[in-house]
Structure formats: structure tokens, C-alpha cells
Design a protein around this ligand. Sequence first.
Ligand SMILES: Nc1ncnc2c1ncn2[C@@H]1O[C@H](COP(=O)(O)OP(=O)(O)OP(=O)(O)O)[C@@H](O)[C@H]1O
Length: 327
Amino acid sequence: MSPLLEVKGLRRDYGALRAVDDVSFHLEPGSILGFIGPNGAGKSTTLRILATLDSPTAGEVLLGGHSLVDTPDRVRPLIGYMPDRYGTYDDVTVFEFLDFFARAYGLTGAKRRQRVESVMGFTGLGPLADKLTTALSKGMRQRVALGRTLLHDPQLLLLDEPADGLDPRARIELRELLRALADQGKAVIISSHILTELAEICDTCAIIEQGRLLATGRVEDILRQGASVAAVELMVRLAVGAEADAAWARAERLLLEQPRVARVSREGESLRVGLELEAGAGAGQVDAAAAGLLSALVTAGLPVCSFGMRERNLEDAFMTVTKGRLA
Ligand SMILES: Nc1ncnc2c1ncn2[C@@H]1O[C@H](COP(=O)(O)OP(=O)(O)OP(=O)(O)O)[C@@H](O)[C@H]1O
């Protein structure tokens, strides 16, 4: 299948700052690309350029074979862009809001009504048609924003941090909507720093840091790229109250002093540890490294109450690809 979108050597300078630096990737119809990076990595700038709202300093973007830079008017009907801050207007209902934007897209008469109703049906907003947009929950406002993006039936969806601030249920629902859109043949780019969310929804992902793409490819391949890190999770019973923070900091320091420990992050009462191994290390070497770590921790007096290997996730791969500099 030929790519719907081809991004070649994209660059964007703001004065001396290079916000996007030689970014290249492509996207096929029906696929979902996760655009992963920390704050300030260049995700929004890239998406704004793809939405024709900003111009690149250098590079080329082709959408359906047409240049986005030279012929923006030609490609705009193919693009649906949802910015990270989406506004709704006071005193308008869900129907009025969508109908207003459908008019702005040039839809008229029965076709407009049919499109608005179809979008409300798809996003599950039908029962809320007469509700004021300001009275909706964040998850529902998010759907209104997504609905607005879909009114003109675009081929490429650019969604900037759409899962940000949503509760787990709203995220799952968003994921299902995006999957359905991909099944309809639309190409989707979704940016986020919620890595675990992206792993479940995306076919491919691109990891960006300081404007540069560090890795692109299928999620499974990216996971494999960092395969020289094994993930261990351990629970420790530490002091509570005033002493707690110091006790956790001591535990993290102790872990980081151990050979092969590449990184440590705290998740509730657990510590997640990345163990660095030789490329291609077998199960025996992983087990030996884990046993060595457990023995050292117990000897050092850390009250470990559970210890086990965990499946690697996109976060582990991200940490490997970025060498943990972004932790
Ligand atoms: N209009 C602008 N003028 C000057 N610098 C800008 C402008 N827009 C973005 N930048 C800078 O470019 C870099 C990339 O910003 P960008 O918003 O693309 O990052 P991001 O990955 O989307 O991060 P976030 O999740 O925080 O939005 C940052 O250093 C930012 O300060």
C-alpha cells in the first residue's frame, strides 16, 4: 500500500532553537502512529506543520502525493486536526456546535444535517445533542472536539494529546473510537507522553526527543530494540510518616548503586527497576542478574517483600532508546 503521508527531512527553527530536526516518517491508510516524546520534544510543532498551520524551515510533506507546503489548499480537506487545547463556546448545544463547524466546512442542506447526525452517532453524542457543551464532562467535551474533527470526513487525523486528562474509562472509549476510524481506512497520528496508552492503540510509533526522531517502526520492533533491558518489579516495606520520603530515596539510591541497574522508578509502593544486560542475553543470564540483585538488596538490609520479573512495556523501550536521559 502506498503511503498516504510522507514526511521527509522536516525541520522547524524558532530563531536559534531547532524545535524539529530532520524528521522523516510515513503513514499508510488505516494505521495509527503514536508520536511519543516528553514536553517540548517537538510533537505539537510537527503536528501543526502537518495541519498546515505552520510552515517548515526545510523539508517536504506529501499528502496523497500532493505537497503540503506548495498546495495547502489542495490537501486541507484531507486533514482533521485536533489541537491539545480545544475550546468550546458558551451557550451552544452539542448539535449547534457541530452544525456551526459543518457550515464552516461548507456543508449545506440535508447533507450537513446528515453529516452532523452521523458524527454524533459515531461518537455516541446523540443523546446529548441538546446539552450545552459547557455542561459536559471532560470526556464528553473531548468527543465533541473529535466529532468536529471528523465532520468533513478527512483521511488523516492529527490528534495532539487527546488522552490527556481523561479518566481510564474515557481513555478506553477514545481508544475504541480511534480503532474504528482506522478500520474505516483513516490514518491517525496521536501524540502523547502516556506510553502505555499508546502501546495498546498504535500499530507504529515514533519516539521524538529535542526535535529528533530516535526510533520509528512497529511497536513490537521498538519493544525489541530495547531488549537488552529486563524489567524487575519489587515491593519494599518502608517507614511511613515523616521518614517515608528519605527511606524511599535511600532505597532508590541503593538500587542505582547495584551493577546492571540502569534505572529505577517508583510506582505506588513498588519500585520498577531496569536491569541492563548484554544484547541477546538468554533467560539464564536474566535470571542470574535478577538473583544477584535480590541477594545484594537483602544483604544490604532492604526489606523486600515481593520481587519478580515483569514484561517489558513501551516505557522500558522508551527509556532504553532515550538512554534514560528523560527520566
Ligand atoms: N511559536 C514558538 N516560538 C518559539 N518557540 C516555540 C514556539 N512553539 C514551540 N516552541 C518551542 O519549540 C520546542 C518544541 O515545542 P512543542 O510544543 O512542539 O513540543 P511538544 O513536544 O509538543 O511539547 P508539549 O507536550 O509540551 O506541547 C519547545 O522548546 C518550545 O518551547
